[in-house]
Design a protein around this ligand. Structure first.
Ligand SMILES: C[S@@+](CC[C@H](N)C(=O)[O-])C[C@H]1O[C@@H](n2cnc3c(N)ncnc32)[C@H](O)[C@@H]1O
Length: 276
């Protein structure tokens, strides 16, 4: 089955995002000439557990200054900027949604990180990148719309150096039944391609990776949401992922938690090295 990139792009990129973020930053009292990655974290970390998950995944990845890092499905580039700022990595992000890349590159300029972070429009299943170029590959909650996961992970394997590392935080299908939609990754069952945690790990390994770490973080995600809800339900913050998720953001946020709770959805983290 082939994925429909236009449907995907219109799900994520509905226009006007830069303006919404600019208004949010101004309402939060942030000086646009001195924006920090901490200011942006509520809106540019577009995955369960936000910046906390990015820190945990970085601990699994052990990035080193000067390393070339590839973030596939980089979204607005929150994790990419975190890796560049915290560890001094040179980060390339590839994302199918042009608006995310444009707005993300603007956010890198605002934070002074554009020399170290470049986001480009492209597909994870046909990376516009040379073989053996990266030390570390990174994905966060991006494979849910991709039916051909073998192709995605073979592409990631191809662009890594021999012995290169790969880390992921991803969503997987649970035994509790199909996910309630709309969810942040899809409003249409035909565009949601979740597989079980075991199958996801299996497809990564079949693409040539050796697993060094694999854990289920669903309970952590639920605990994080419990805290997040108490803030968001009291009053919608001026900056948050609701600016990215569109009109039905509240239903998407509630559905994702219901899916976790009902065993329909799992969150997993994994670390791998390229087996050669
Ligand atoms: C939930 S967002 C996560 C963004 C980012 N990884 C983060 O955690 O902040 C999913 C992202 O995957 C991207 N995406 C989906 N399918 C893709 C593909 N085939 N190639 C590249 N990016 C893709 C979407 O455009 C979107 O930015």
């Amino acid at each position: 089955m082939s994925d429909d990139p236009n449907a995907m792009v219109s799900h994520y990129g509905d226009g006007g995002l830069r303006q919404r973020i600019e208004q949010g930053l101004t309402a939060a009292g942030v000086d646009l000439r001195a924006v920090t990655t901490g200011d942006l974290a509520p809106v540019d970390e577009f995955h369960s557990r936000g910046r906390l998950a990015t820190r945990e995944l970085a601990a699994l990845a052990s990035p080193v200054s000067g390393e070339r890092v590839l973030d596939v499905g980089s979204g607005l580039g929150g994790p990419a900027r975190y890796l560049a700022e915290t560890f001094g990595c040179e980060v390339t992000g590839i994302d199918l949604t042009p608006e995310f890349c444009e707005v993300g590159n603007w956010l890198s300029e605002l934070t002074g990180l554009s020399p170290k972070v470049r986001l480009e429009t492209g597909s994870g299943t046909a990376l516009p990148l040379p073989d053996g170029h990266f030390d570390l590959a990174w994905t966060m909650q991006m494979q849910m719309n991709i039916s051909d996961k073998t192709r995605l992970y073979r592409e990631i394997h191809r662009v890594l150096k021999p012995g290169g590392r790969f880390v992921l935080q991803e969503l997987a299908q649970g035994a509790g039944g199909p996910c309630h939609l709309p969810a942040p990754w899809s409003s249409d069952p035909a565009a949601s391609h979740l597989v079980s945690p075991d199958d996801l790990r299996g497809v990564v390994e079949a693409a040539g990776f050796v697993t060094t770490e694999w854990r289920d973080t669903t309970d952590d995600a639920l605990a994080w949401y419990a805290q997040h809800n108490s803030k968001v339900d009291a009053a919608l913050p001026v900056l948050g992922t609701h600016l990215v998720m569109g009109e039905d953001h509240e239903r998407k946020r509630h559905n994702v938690q219901r899916n976790y709770r009902e065993g329909r959805l799992h969150q997993v983290m994994g670390a791998f090295r390229r087996g050669d």
